[in-house]
Design a protein around this ligand. Structure first.
Ligand code: MV4
Length: 447
């Protein structure tokens, strides 16, 4: 087992990983930018090393500084968390070249997961349901028009190296395709450095359900249940749940089997997520693989009792997948509410600054993953997530009522947050009935 792990991240996920290391008796090394000098992960780690000034490019994305910190502190492994370098194949290779175990999938899996059209090709070959679409990247506007005519409008253009909704353009007819195609290519080139785009039939109002994979270095993969991730605003997840509601047991079981097949198709190792879209008739389609631990991993932890960060460390250390032998059971229902430093009553504008006071909800079934405390100053340089409120109930109904109770107790003074908006979501009748899809926020709140 590893003796010392460097956590190449910040904020709540860095705290989360340090806690797992502490419980496993593994020394933790935090890295931080000068803006995070006073952050909780720096305090909790056994050692901490400043890797640069606030801009991510000069700190949390600075591969050389991070590798140097790992070598100087004699770390034998590195956990990338999510975001930053978590899905950077070159960084995984740099870790391996320096004798540092990257706690995540190998470079070839990260690369394939990042190339959406290649990943789709691998799924087609393994007879995993994908959305009808172009066979690989679109060559030119004529090719796009021919594909769209064959599939039938509406269609969606997607950046092959995109993800998270970036570089997506919906076309409802040939005229729109003419203009959208060149826009999609230039957006893809400017956002991702690669202009390749592919095309799919556009699924109206789908649900976005992702399936958790645990795989050992032998490639033995299991599915640890699924998460409903449809409550999004402009492709930013706001609230996630486990298990996905309103899904027949037959469909749930079938997609879980396909998720394992998808992981095996790319020889997946460590933990990752297989994303599916599910339409109103429970037709389901693979859309992409996320080769990292997700922000919303706690809802899976709470309903399965599995510590997913520890599992990442075990799998990276070469242990056998224990869940091949023992059944993973799902107990109850969990909801995660993302608390962002954004003013949800004024167009979600960023609201960094000093937290003059904060009171966290507690009591049965309540978990908070955060790095904030009274007097802490939220820096303006990084993403706005400041806390995750994770609530467990014996049923979805209990999880909803307990979430509303917890949100009423949750107070953060000095900055604006998304707490008021989370209360609106949880109080919404359609939400409480479980009648949700990816356009729920748009439809119910006009956002
Ligand atoms: C789609 C889709 C509908 N049809 N593909 C969004 C990001 C990435 N994970 C895949 N996504 C989608 N792909 C087809 N063919 C719907 C989504 C989608 C979505 C689209 C618009 C607004 C919000 C969305 C939230 C989740 C998924």
């Amino acid at each position: 087992m590893f003796k010392k792990i460097l956590i190449a991240n910040r904020a709540e996920i860095a705290v989360r990983i340090i806690r797992a290391c502490r419980e496993l008796g593994i020394e933790s090394v935090a890295v931080y930018s000068t803006a995070d000098r006073d952050s909780l992960h720096v305090r909790l780690a056994d050692t901490s090393i400043c890797i640069g000034p606030p801009p991510s490019s000069k700190s949390y994305l600075n591969m050389d500084a991070i590798i140097s910190a790992a070598l100087v502190s004699k770390c034998d492994a590195l956990h990338p968390g999510y975001g930053f370098l978590a899905e950077n194949a070159a960084f995984e290779q740099l870790c391996s070249k320096n004798g540092i175990v990257f706690i995540g999938p190998p470079a070839e899996v990260i690369s394939l997961s990042g190339n959406k059209s290649m990943a789709l090709e691998a799924m087609r070959k393994n007879r995993i349901p994908v959305i009808p679409g172009s066979d690989g990247n679109i060559k030119d506007a004529r090719h796009a028009l021919a594909c769209a005519r064959k599939i039938g409008y509406p269609v969606i253009l997607k950046a092959s190296f995109g993800g998270g909704g970036k570089g997506m353009r919906i076309c409802s007819n040939p005229r729109e395709m003419e203009s959208m195609f060149s826009i999609a290519k230039s957006e893809s080139a400017s956002s991702f450095g690669m202009a390749e785009v592919y095309l799919e039939k556009y699924i109206k109002k789908p649900r976005h359900i992702e399936f958790q994979i645990i795989a050992d270095n032998n490639g033995d993969a299991v599915c640890a249940g699924e998460r409903e991730c449809s409550i999004q605003r402009r492709h930013q997840k706001l609230l996630e749940e486990a298990p996905a509601g309103n899904l027949s047991e037959r469909t749930r079981k079938t997609i879980r089997e396909y998720a394992v097949r998808a992981a095996n198709a790319v020889n997946y190792k460590n933990l990752g997520t297989i994303e599916f879209l599910v339409d109103e008739n429970e037709n389901f389609y693979f859309i992409e693989i996320n080769s990292r631990i997700q922000v919303e991993h706690p809802v899976t932890e709470v309903v399965t009792g599995i510590d997913l960060i520890k599992e990442q460390i075990y799998m990276a250390a070469g242990l056998k997948n224990p869940y091949k032998a023992k059944e993973i059971t799902i107990n109850g229902h969990a909801i995660e509410m993302r608390i962002n430093a954004e003013d949800s009553e004024h167009n979600f504008s960023p609201s960094p600054g000093k937290i003059t006071d904060c009171i966290f909800p507690l009591g049965p079934g309540v978990r908070i993953d955060t790095f904030i405390r009274p007097g802490f100053i939220i820096p303006p340089f990084y993403d706005s997530l400041i806390a995750k409120l994770i609530v467990w109930g014996s049923s979805r109904q209990e999880a909803v009522s307990r979430s509303l109770r917890a949100l009423d107790e949750f107070s953060i003074e000095g900055i604006k947050t998304t707490i008021p908006f989370q209360k609106k979501i949880l109080s919404n009748q359609r939400f409480q009935e479980g009648n949700i899809h990816t356009h729920f926020i748009e439809e119910q709140f006009g956002l």
